[in-house]
Design a protein around this ligand. Structure first.
Ligand code: SAM
Length: 307
């Protein structure tokens, strides 16, 4: 979906643009092609190793590059440190990359037998194996149910607690075997998929970062500029919908609330959604990159700059 994304960002030569999830630099390389020698491209990724891959890939471009490792949720202080006030566009391509599965060695997937770390930034926070071996049954159940939407979350949590009494659960294969015994079985989907997704989302606080990050990005984009998001599952889509409601002035409170408490300001919408074609990948794109099959693009335009 690279060309659709670049079109949706509505960028021009000489603009200052942020790729908040630089990854392997695939989108960034194309963005730099549009910005040219007079533009500035800010590369952010929470994973230092991924950022180095993107920097290496873009080492030959003419665009001025500024890069920083950390969460896109800290976009405001990061831009301020680099004396950038406003930008034309921000791209957030959420989740993890193919390289995380194939080369990170951090146990992001059950396809390889690796230590269950799962952190994008291995220098901060708690590795997954530590949490899996210390969390009580109630917490395990809550996380697997909420972030994995796993129907048999209770059985998975119980099985984790039973197995770790024998010996600590340290490797992806051990967790995948537990999930294979206890999780819901669905056609064409490995039974460990939802458990792995849940633990990865929880360990990296992915939805919290998205909530804070989407708002922070809207604060730094100039009037008429765009925020383009690629989401990969319904939990991300739900967060984006909620923040959009708030910033566009639509009340997102539950129907039974007598008064609005979500902070939506009907009279002063800050953003609007832009309808674009090609919001999902084509069949050819999916056959080239199967992990992109669930990608959905959302495009927002800034109506009013935050002072
Ligand atoms: C789907 S990949 C991006 C791929 C990239 N668009 C490309 O063309 O190669 C998502 C990237 O976001 C990074 N990431 C995840 N959460 C992040 C966060 N809160 N802040 C910044 N980067 C994050 C991951 O480390 C990963 O490299």
């Amino acid at each position: 979906m690279v060309s659709q994304v670049i079109r949706a960002m509505k960028i021009h030569s000489g603009d200052t643009v942020v790729d908040g999830t630089a990854g392997e630099g695939g989108h960034a390389e194309k963005i730099a092609g549009v910005l040219g020698g007079s533009g500035v491209l800010v590369l952010i990724d929470r994973d230092k190793e991924m950022l180095s891959v993107a920097e290496e890939r873009l080492s030959g471009v003419k665009t001025r590059l500024i890069s920083g490792s950390g969460s896109y949720a800290y976009i405001k202080p990061f831009l301020r440190e680099n004396c950038i006030d406003r930008v034309s566009s921000v791209l957030l391509d959420l989740g993890f990359s193919k390289r995380h599965i194939e080369k990170s060695g951090r146990g992001m997937s059950f396809l390889k037998n690796e230590l269950l770390d799962m952190r994008y930034d291995p220098h901060s926070g708690e590795p997954a194996y530590r949490w899996i071996n210390r969390a009580d049954k109630k917490e395990l159940l809550r996380v697997i149910k909420r972030f994995g939407q796993e129907r048999n979350s209770k059985r998975v949590a119980e099985e984790i607690v039973r197995k770790r009494k024998e010996k600590p659960i340290m490797y992806t294969r051990e967790l995948a075997e537990i999930a294979a015994l206890a999780a819901e079985c669905r056609k064409n989907i490995h039974p460990a998929t939802k458990t792995f997704q849940a633990i990865r989302i929880y360990i990296n606080d992915e939805l919290g970062e998205l909530r804070r990050g989407m708002k922070a990005c809207c604060d730094v984009i100039k009037k008429g500029g765009r925020l383009v998001l690629l989401t990969y599952h319904s939990l991300e889509a739900k967060v984006v919908k909620g923040i959009f409601s708030e910033l566009s002035g639509k009340c997102g409170c539950p129907e039974n609330f007598p008064l609005c408490r979500c902070g939506a300001d009907r009279k002063r919408p800050l953003i609007k959604e832009v309808k674009v074609s090609g919001k999902s990948p084509t069949a050819t794109e999916i056959s080239e990159n199967p992990s992109a099959r669930s990608a959905k693009m959302r495009v927002f335009e800034i109506l009013k700059e935050k002072v």
